[in-house]
Design a protein around this ligand. Sequence first.
Ligand SMILES: Nc1ncnc2c1ncn2[C@@H]1O[C@H](COP(=O)(O)OP(=O)(O)OP(=O)(O)O)[C@@H](O)[C@H]1O
Ligand SMILES: O=P(O)(O)OC[C@H]1O[C@H](OP(=O)(O)OP(=O)(O)O)[C@H](O)[C@@H]1O
Ligand SMILES: O=C(O)c1cccnc1
Ligand SMILES: [Mg+2]
Length: 495
Amino acid sequence: MKITKDLYQSSLALLTDFYQLTMAYGYWKSGKADQEAVFNLFFRKHPFQGGFTMAAGLEYLIDYCENFNFEDEDLAYLASMKRKDGSPMFEPDFLKYLSEMKFTCDIDAVEEGTVVFPNTPLVRVRGPLFQCQLLETPLLNIINFQTLIATKAARINLATLGEPIMEFGLRRAQGIDGALAASRAAYIGGCTSTSNVLAGKLFGIPVSGTHAHSWIMSFETELEAFEAYAEAFPDNCIFLVDTYDTLNGVKNAIKVGQILRSKGKEMLGIRIDSGDLAYFSNKAREMLDEAGFPDAKIVGSNDLDEHIISSLKSQEASINVWGVGTKLVTAFDQPALGAVYKLSAIKSETGTWEPKIKLSQQSIKINIPGIHNVKRYYSNGKAVADMIYLENQVIDSKSTMIIDPMDPTHRKRLMPAFYKEEILLKTIFKAGKNVYQIPTLDQIRDRGIAQLESFDKTHKRLVNPHIYPVGLEENLHHLRMDLVLKAKKLDNGLE
Ligand SMILES: Nc1ncnc2c1ncn2[C@@H]1O[C@H](COP(=O)(O)OP(=O)(O)OP(=O)(O)O)[C@@H](O)[C@H]1O
Ligand SMILES: O=P(O)(O)OC[C@H]1O[C@H](OP(=O)(O)OP(=O)(O)O)[C@H](O)[C@@H]1O
Ligand SMILES: O=C(O)c1cccnc1
Ligand SMILES: [Mg+2]
């Protein structure tokens, strides 16, 4: 799929914050535009007060980078921008430089569907400072939203215990693009289908649906409405039973189910969209079973999220298919992930890499310097810890320590030789060339489900989860501490 061309019929080079362009101009003006740098995209806290996050959005990112060039109309717009004194915002030579720009970065990233943790890089960009800087905003826009929604969907999927989830979000999503990206990410997180037909066409997500109250209301009686629907779609009948009187609606559904059966067809089930979903689903189940429809599904919908679904599960509701819209695609009740993109190293004029640190009063905001990667260690198929390490560091396989970046007294000893390991950042672009085979959406979804299975259930609890260990390899920890102390001394004028 070509996201930029197919969806917007426009280059997306200008889909960035203005300050990225003014900095790019400044880098160019001061001769730093092509100085090599490394940036990392990471978040600091799991969304929804959860214990895990599921990465998504990489395919959009790849598409963005592959189409990352300034076209004539973009340059014409930039040329039209003026400073306060009426002079051009950007010099013509800079615009020429932009017009000749070719994407040349290396990008390493975690694959979509990967379970990820705070402070670990999801994306690492290495290349000319100027390009890295321009990519900050679009990369964050893409990864923040899709990762947030994939995580929400994964939580909902945990709550349904893997029972099918029909995603119904389009009507309440954040605009057209938000809806499409949300349907995609929700499928990655474990939804089974979407009601959004365009998402079906663009991404190949299975499309499904029932019918609305308006369908019932447009007929004289509910029974007639069910009969007419059965006439039109004999193989796809999920009757919405709650327009007038839910239990009477179930009776009518059973009547039409019997008519369908006499014609060799089977009613798929019913949908309940209001009232006490536990009470009505259990009553409906009894009635359907008694009438000889034990396989008829009961779809539950109405402002559901992972918490209401968990509650319904604990009340032993008889819902076995879940219709979820608003609270999924709007990421209720956390509207943004909050991932950031920070410079962590820059190549000096002598050609050596300098690790970079940003000080902060809050230790959570002091970044991790250098060029690093993440290793996940597994024991008997279960993930035991993630280690952030300097990429050229040799790790002692007998015994190594990881140190919590937020609390250096919090440490864990690992014996890598006894574990299976996985390096999480995979090479996506090498010098601007895509070297990554993009998986299908179904492969991504399967990966997400398998990834979650490799984590202990204590980390997947919806409320007050147990914290999964993530730490800095010792040498990286020391490098970070040294840089912090040095920066503090400089700050105090002591050096
Ligand atoms: N047994 C239950 N336990 C917990 N939450 C429930 C249960 N049954 C329904 N809910 C949830 O309670 C909320 C009920 O919503 P609301 O007060 O709007 O009532 P309603 O039944 O939708 O009303 P309406 O008849 O206008 O559609 C929904 O979010 C629904 O998912
Ligand atoms: O509740 P959600 O998770 O967003 O799922 C989608 C909702 O959209 C539809 O009705 P709509 O909300 O438009 O009208 P209704 O509430 O009056 O049925 C559907 O019947 C669901 O209730
Ligand atoms: O198909 C459905 O039942 C549906 C679609 C969108 C929103 N609510 C329900
Ligand atoms: Mg509603």
